[in-house]
Structure formats: structure tokens, C-alpha cells
Design a binder for this molecule. Structure first.
Ligand code: BTN
Length: 258
């Protein structure tokens, strides 16, 4: 990865400071450790992760030199219970950035997935540091499958995951994608205010492949089937249950059934 090619194309505060590692346990773990000392917008970027982490305790496949693994330090003025919005905002920024650079119709799947044709091309892991019911730091971890060969995924993931190279047949330089993602996060993060957050939700709805579909949602407490009706102003999923009632869900694992 050529850091200068990223830095010269950064327009805002996100990515003004970038710490690059050839190899790291997990950029989210490092970011959590160094959060207090890092100014807002600091990015931890790695070429390889030995212990890449996905949501719900999963492993994030992170081989060297092919993909994007980065974590961004944010300090949003929102309550921890509204933190879904951070992931939603980041997913909007990533999907738009990937569309801008590659031309692929990248879509968002609630809550944190980036998809091409129903296959996952990237994911977001948001982790919080809180004090007295306030967010002191939010770490937005972003993983994008750029040039990984689909054969390097474990067997059970081959049907569900993809990479930009797998879709186009050619390698994609990672630097312009990193810069565009950071610039888009800079742009969308600024709208994470009570008055403007509606624009994030609207953008997410325009980018998503989830809404209107029959889905199964697995939360830590229960497994629910229903129709993914909408997301609310804080990024929570509104699920229409077979009984006709609707339920707001903060986070979970969603599978589209049709
Ligand atoms: C998911 O879809 O489960 C979220 C994946 C997030 C992966 C990224 S890669 C950079 C950052 N460091 C990690 O260990 N995880 C996130």
C-alpha cells in the first residue's frame, strides 16, 4: 500500500492522520488500545491482520496485500443506544465510495454489510468506548474484499462472499478506494446531527437491497421471521411480524429469504 497516494487525496479530517501497519492483530483492537491518544479522524490501516474480527465474534479473513482493513476514530455526540446510526452512516459512505471508484452497484444489507449481487464484498464492525452513558470513542472498522481470490475463502463462505477482483476479473488498486471511503465518511459523518441525520437514513434506503424482503433476523435473544419494512431514524430495523405487529431491532444477523 502506498500511503502517499492516499494522503494526497484526503480532503477532510478523516484520514488526516494515518497509522499504517504491515501486519497487525486487528486494526480495531489497536484502535481501541490507542483511542484516548488519537485525535478524531485518525485511521489505523493494515496490509494484513492476524486476528481480524467480524461481528458476533466471527473471524474476518485478512490475508496480506490484497484487501482493505482499516479502523477510524470517531467521537459522535450521540447516546450509545443510538450507535446503530454510526454503522449505517459508514455503510452509506462505503457503498457510495465503492460505486464511485469501481462502478459496481454496491448495496447495503442491514445492519453492516456491503453487497454485490447478494454476495458480501465488505463489512463494518463498530465498537464503542463509553463513560457514564456517553460515547467517548467509536471505532469504525472497515473490511473490503478487494483482490482476494475467492478460492482463498473457507468452503462455507464461497457462496456468500465475493471480492471486487472476483466480480471484474481484474485487480483494483487499493489506495484510491481507501481515499474515497475516507472522504465519503468525512462527508456523511458531518450530517450525523439531529437535524441532518434523516439524510443518512434516506441515502441508506436508496442503497439497500434489504427492504421489502422476507427475512430471518437472529438477535442475541431470539430468532424472528418477518418482512424488513424500514429502518428508523436511528438505524434500527423495523420488522413486520406475521402477526401484523412491527418490532424495532437494534442489531442482529439478517438473512434474506426471497
Ligand atoms: C463483519 O461484517 O462481520 C464486520 C467485518 C469488519 C472487518 C474489519 S477489517 C478492519 C477492522 N479490524 C477488524 O478486526 N475488523 C474490522
Amino acid at each position: 500500500m502506498i500511503l502517499d497516494e492516499i494522503k494526497t487525496n484526503i480532503h477532510g479530517i478523516i484520514g488526516r492522520e494515518i497509522h499504517f501497519f504491515e501486519i497487525v492483530s486487528s486494526t480495531n483492537t489497536i484502535a481501541l488500545e490507542l483511542a484516548e491518544k488519537a485525535p478524531e479522524g485518525t485511521v489505523f490501516l493494515a496490509d494484513c491482520q492476524e486476528k481480524g474480527r467480524g461481528r458476533l465474534g466471527r473471524t474476518w479473513i485478512s490475508p496480506s496485500g490484497v484487501n482493505i482493513y482499516m479502523s477510524i476514530i470517531l467521537r459522535p455526540q450521540i447516546r450509545p443506544k443510538d450507535s446503530s446510526l454510526i454503522t449505517i452512516m459508514s455503510a452509506v459512505a462505503c457503498a457510495i465510495a465503492l460505486r464511485n471508484v469501481t462502478g459496481f452497484k454496491v448495496t447495503t444489507k442491514w445492519p453492516n454489510d456491503l453487497m454485490i449481487d447478494n454476495k458480501k464484498v465488505g463489512g463494518i464492525l463498530t465498537e464503542l468506548k463509553t463513560k457514564q452513558q456517553k460515547i467517548t470513542t467509536a471505532i469504525v472498522g472497515i473490511g473490503i474484499n478487494v483482490n482476494i481470490d475467492i478460492h482463498d475463502f473457507p468452503e462455507d463462505m464461497k457462496q456468500r462472499a465475493t471480492s471486487l477482483k472476483n466480480e471484474s476479473g481484474v485487480s483494483h488498486p487499493r489506495e484510491p478506494i481507501v481515499a474515497e471511503i475516507l472522504n465519503e465518511i468525512d462527508r456523511w459523518y458531518k450530517t450525523m446531527t439531529p437535524l441532518e441525520k434523516e439524510s443518512i437514513i434516506r441515502a441508506w434506503k436508496n442503497l439497500t437491497s434489504t427492504l421489502g424482503k422476507k427475512v430471518v433476523v437472529i438477535t442475541p435473544h431470539e430468532t424472528l421471521t418477518g418482512t424488513a419494512e424500514s429502518i428508523d431514524i436511528d438505524g434500527m430495523l423495523i420488522l413486520r411480524l406475521p402477526s401484523g405487529k412491527s418490532k424495532r431491532i437494534n442489531s442482529g444477523d439478517l438473512k434474506v429469504l426471497q
